[in-house]
Design a protein around this ligand. Sequence first.
Ligand code: FAD
Ligand code: MLT
Ligand code: ZN
Length: 460
Amino acid sequence: MSSDLLSALRAITGDGGVLTEAADLEPYVTDWRGMFHGRALCVALPRTTQEVSAVVRACAAAGVPVVPQGGNTGLSGGATPDASGRQVVLCLKRMNAIRAIDVAGETMEVEAGCVLQTAQQAARARALLLPVSLAAEGSACVGGIVATNAGGTNVLRYGMARARVLGLEVVLADGTVVEGLRALRKDNAGYDWKQWFIGTEGTLGVVTAAILQLAPLPRHTVTAWLALPSPEAAIAVLRAARQELGDALSGFELMSGEAIARVEQHLGLRSPLPAAPWFVLLEASASLGGLREAAEAVLARSLEAGDATDCVLAESGQQAAALWKLRECITEAEARTGKSMKHDVSVPVSAIPAFLAAADPAVAAAFPGVRINAFGHAGDGNIHYNVILAPGTDTAALNVLVHDLVVRHGGSISAEHGLGQYRVDEALRTRHAAETDLARRIKRALDPGGVLNPGKVLPQ
Ligand code: FAD
Ligand code: MLT
Ligand code: ZN
């Protein structure tokens, strides 16, 4: 049976389209963090939408589940197959064309396997901005970005990936191709079905291409690094920044002093300011002038109020990039420090200080020896409350403690990384039963045979 399927997949995908050797499979069956390990019957690498459709149809006919995969940078195990060795990893990497850029319309049509950074560079070359940005952008693919509704570092101004998606082409669980590649800002002709495939982590369909809304490339950017005494001070700085910079404010990242110390220790980078309890990286961009004066006003107000104890404003693109590198290397430094449990949580922005004030002592008291790595997109209310484990830490109890506090503060247990296989149980525990039931009904309607990424987002 499986050799019949392998022959069929080889015939569909042509040369190099099916991998079966253990060494070839390895990069596709383990996640970026090395936390989830699976096995796979094979990795299929289709080159066209028609090939994706034929692969899914063949797998469905054989009763073999399909696990879609892009850059395999997801942090929730959504792209990792289970341990059965029966599943087929459907990797979109060979479908990586940028099909078209409409400069006047500020849109881009791009295939799912295109690396985000490649798409960003293509937009930039036409004086346009693809404003989805995250530390994994050199590997994450457009299909993965759409399927996870990725967030990142400029959601504050430009929204999550969902806000960029104007049109989609998807392959359903029975192989049907649904073509919705319309570059329209306004399209109320029936259900906005593309939303069913954004952020649903490959459980309802395979994204093969997208039309993305671009933005004008801002002419001016200001980037500042501030040292702060507390999360309360960060919220006050955010308020000042919103008042002075308005919607030009595109990034507001909060980082604990410990998180930055780990980056310095493990990656040899240096913060431009001495050690402090907290740091903020703030960025604003605009095409009209006055940005620097407004940013200086934010810094002056914050220093005067004692919300910032020290600050620097980048004097060049190179300096700004060095500040971003400190922020973007936090995940890498965390991985080098030890095994961690990631809590990708969001709470209302104004509740961030109360959440941290409640969580820090509770975690320290219940789990001696752990180290908290707190940082994130504070302007969006998104804190990565990651906990570096001590030997023997009861990780299930740790998750329950943190997530209960999140719920108590009106938050979500996944702001941007999704549920994958990592958070399925906790989502079941913390969401309303009617929400889970609704999700199940949608899954049953679109994938009655359970072909697409079973066990992810919802229990199998
Ligand atoms: P994969 O990891 O391959 O897949 C992720 C999920 O999407 C899986 O469920 C998979 O089945 C599904 N999928 C992939 N492609 C398709 C497709 N074509 N059709 C249907 N389903 C598909 N995420 C953020 O949101 N914000 C951040 O700031 C952020 N920072 C990160 C920093 C680092 C260092 C790393 C390693 C990761 C970070 N991530 C972040 C997580 C990750 O980069 C994103 O989730 C990204 O969107 C995943 O893209 P990918 O192509 O690697 O997807
Ligand atoms: C980031 O913002 O750098 C990642 O989403 C956070 C993480 O690695 O937990
Ligand atoms: Zn993040």
